[in-house]
Design a protein around this ligand. Structure first.
Ligand code: SF4
Ligand code: SF4
Length: 264
């Protein structure tokens, strides 16, 4: 493991330009190479867990470094594993019951009626699954919590076709190996801006709303949102998590779901 991290720690910072946190905040402490080095230092007992956690959480788990890397080294996954060694356990809200017995389920992560939108688009009955914490994605780096959450998500999803509009929900399902469909795949999303969770175009792909950065370093996440806004043409977003983060950072943002709710 550390041997794999050392590939990055010894790399001449080749993916630095691709990392949205490094470029958006100007923080050299966020360079992917440096994060890999901090994980190694922690494993060697040279730095405390709190310092390692502060460094390793300077990441949105966007995947841009791996994509940019000449050998596609899986640094995001290596950082995820390292964070599990240093993270303080975070709680996840118990999963709520699914409202309705339809096969297709809309996962509603905010107060907008995604279920109504999916019903209109598909012409089918749709069940609703509400979550106030994006299916607990904030606890993904807490092994004790997440090792229970993953099979629970698989059980709840079994035999159902899930529709999502939020990158945090998508990441939680991906981690559990649960298939899902983005709202943008059901609706006409031509001209919309994607996200790191929804496979957006880089380097516009990360607004800073992804964890763990937004949870641990809100000021840096807001700086990243402003950097995103300078490149962004104002097109509607695909990902509701980006919309929320940009709005919380003072940027007027709307998403595909806003547009479809208006048309209900
Ligand atoms: S992901 Fe690739 S480019 Fe980035 S630090 Fe690691 S080896 Fe270098
Ligand atoms: S996953 Fe994204 S934010 Fe994290 S180190 Fe790689 S490029 Fe930077």
């Amino acid at each position: 493991m550390s041997a794999e991290l050392s590939t990055c720690a010894l790399c001449p910072r080749l993916c630095r330009p691709a990392c949205p946190v490094t470029t958006g905040t100007g923080r050299e402490a966020a360079v992917p190479t440096f994060l890999a080095g901090m994980a190694i230092e922690f494993r060697r007992g040279r730095i405390e867990a709190s310092l390692a956690e502060a460094a390793l959480s300077l990441c949105t788990d966007c995947g841009a470094c791996e994509e940019h890397c000449h050998i596609h080294h899986p640094l995001p996954e290596l950082l995820r594993q390292a964070r599990q060694e240093v993270a303080v356990d975070r709680l996840a809200e118990p999963l709520r019951p699914i409202d309705g017995d339809a096969r297709r389920v809309a996962i509603e992560a905010d107060d907008r009626p995604l279920g109504d939108v999916v019903e209109k688009l598909s012409g089918e009955r749709v069940a609703r699954w509400k979550t106030a914490d994006r299916l607990g994605i904030g606890a993904i780096d807490s092994p004790a919590i997440w090792s229970e959450r993953k099979p629970a998500l698989r059980n709840w999803a079994e035999g159902r076709e899930l529709v999502v509009a939020d990158g945090g929900v998508a990441k939680a399902l991906e981690s559990a190996g649960v298939a899902f469909t983005w709202l943008s795949e059901l609706a006409d999303s031509d001209g919309c801006t994607g996200s790191c969770a929804a496979g957006g175009e880089r380097p516009l792909a990360c607004c800073g709303g992804g964890g763990p950065l937004a949870d641990h370093h809100p000021e840096d996440a807001a700086r990243l949102a402003r950097a995103f806004a300078r490149r962004w043409d104002g097109a509607r977003l695909v990902d509701a998590r980006c919309r929320e983060h940009l709005r919380n950072s003072g940027i007027d943002a709307s998403d595909l779901l806003d547009q479809l709710v208006e048309a209900l």
